[in-house]
Design a protein around this ligand. Structure first.
Ligand code: FES
Length: 262
């Protein structure tokens, strides 16, 4: 992992209460894989603990994009930092999605800020070596959707559930949306599909049950409050099928869904 002071290239609003910050961070960009995260430290100690933010995109060799929600004084301050300032960051952290199986179809299931690491996954898996891959995204937003253009550019189909859109939008959970529109997944030919999911725990639990019922392997990225972000404080553990609790920051944040005790 690298820790350094990085130049802010852009910091702008994506949607109501959601911002995107782009850093010139070549050491992080060179090594990051989808599912990993970065710790951001505000100047002047405005946040006591670093903010762990899933990497939303990387443009090698130099830039790293992170998406964050403004939820308190720390992230409010972060949203006001202009391009040209520097910010301390550490990363890449965590294990990433690390797909260990062969697959021809990729199913992305995201809720709220959990869409961020899936955006990086969509882009990375869309790169030329994977050009035959079919990618379908199911995204749920309790508030204004964001990042849909990026998903649209990388995915074959993007489905959105949102409670804030007009009457034409799908209203319900992202798993309701999967049930209604994820038709290819429920066919007998669903073999060759890998699912990746990130979002709130209830959504992940429902997605895990949905995938298990269809025999679709699922990797989940867990969200957690973190102290250090690199295995030193034990503030981020989760229960798994292993004998001991695992640390989300270093053993994860990505796990096989069947490892997690839901
Ligand atoms: Fe400190 Fe995971 S956040 S061990």
């Amino acid at each position: 992992m690298n820790r350094g002071s990085y130049l802010i290239l852009n910091n702008e609003r994506l949607a109501d209460g959601v911002f995107e910050i782009v850093l010139e961070a070549p050491e992080i960009a060179a090594r990051a894989v989808p599912g990993q995260f970065v710790n951001l430290y505000l100047p002047g100690g405005a946040m006591l603990l670093p903010r762990p933010l899933g990497i939303a995109d990387v443009s090698p060799p130099r830039t790293v994009t992170l998406v964050y929600a403004v939820v308190g004084a720390g992230t409010e301050r972060l949203s006001q930092l202009p391009a040209g300032r520097r910010i301390c960051a550490m990363g890449p952290l965590g294990n990433g999605f690390l797909a260990k199986i062969r697959f021809t179809r990729l199913l992305l299931i995201g809720g709220g800020m959990g869409a961020a690491p899936l955006r990086f996954a969509a882009r990375r898996f869309r790169e030329p070596v994977h050009s035959e891959l079919y990618i379908e995204a199911f995204l749920g937003f309790a508030a204004e959707p964001w990042g849909l253009a990026s998903f649209g550019a990388a995915c074959d189909h993007v489905h959105v559930a949102s409670d804030t859109q007009g009457a034409a939008a799908f209203h319900g959970t992202v798993v309701d949306l999967l049930e209604k529109r994820g038709r290819f997944c429920s066919s007998p030919g669903a073999g060759g599909t890998l699912a990746l999911a990130c979002g709130p725990m209830p959504m992940l639990k429902a997605a895990a049950a949905w995938c298990e019922a269809r025999g679709i392997p699922l990797r989940v990225s867990l969200e957690a409050r973190m102290g250090c972000g690199y295995g030193a404080c034990a503030s981020c553990t989760c229960e798994t099928t292993a004998a001991q609790r695992k640390k989300i920051c270093t053993d994860g944040p990505c796990f096989d869904a069947e490892e997690i005790l839901w």
